[in-house]
Design a protein. Structure first.
Length: 226
């Protein structure tokens, strides 16, 4: 049941209205799943309760890794289904076997073994802060930022609602495009990025609310405390 719900949410760009889930399933079952499974997070988005999914699985990006508890697969392969470097003389230093024994053992541990590559890539993009560039707060607060800023010059408001302000709303604008290309994010995923960034922010705010409620620091998406 939980695997089917996870797939449904991922095929809805990583989050759904909680009311939609409760309409199709028993409300008490949804409440139990959210309370007992950290992959499902209840978030509030402009007064609407939404269920956002995330995972503790991390993509290992260490070329010399000797065997950590991360997912060992080429990022380009994960995001696009192919790796151009794999076909060159120099080759690629990363594994191209998503279904290796170690990877499948890890995915099974987190209940992700039934996800297809595109579903898994979306889940990791909104769960891991290192796979995407962060949004530039200086840009949004009209403060001059450093030359060659490593953060996206994108309107934060646009990520959550329609906006007609003069700030950038286009992931294909020169500055965001350059940073996304440096992170090897393929353009065919750009249409998902608005939802991904909105989901990441919803998760951050939900974690912050939980920390305030519990009175102590809780892990962020990358496993560290704020």
């Amino acid at each position: 049941m939980e695997a089917a719900i996870l797939k449904h949410i991922l095929n809805s760009q990583g989050s759904v209205n909680r009311e939609e889930l409760e309409w199709n399933l028993d409300a008490s079952l949804i409440a139990h799943i959210i309370a007992s499974n950290e992959q499902f997070v209840n978030c509030s988005a402009r007064g609407t309760e939404r269920v956002v999914v995330r995972s503790g699985v991390r993509l290992c990006q260490d070329k010399m890794c000797s065997g950590c508890r991360g997912l060992h697969v080429c990022k380009k392969l994960l995001l696009t289904g192919d790796c151009l470097f794999q076909h060159t003389r120099r080759g690629c230093h990363f594994s191209h076997d998503l279904q290796s024994e170690d990877n499948m053992e890890l995915l099974s541990e987190f209940g992700l073994q039934t996800l297809c590559r595109s579903e898994l890539s979306l889940l990791l993009l909104q769960s891991n802060n290192t796979l995407l560039p962060q949004i530039c707060h200086d840009f949004n607060n009209r403060v001059s930022c450093q030359e060659n800023c490593p953060r996206l010059h994108m309107c934060e408001r646009y990520l959550h609602q329609d906006c007609s302000c003069p700030k950038n709303h286009n992931f294909c604008a020169p500055q965001p495009l350059r940073l996304l290309q440096e992170k090897h994010i393929p353009e065919h995923l750009f249409h998902l990025l608005r939802s991904v960034y909105a989901n990441k922010e919803a998760l951050r705010l939900a974690d912050k609310a939980n920390r305030s409620r519990d009175g102590h620091a809780a892990p962020t998406q990358d496993g560290n405390s704020d």
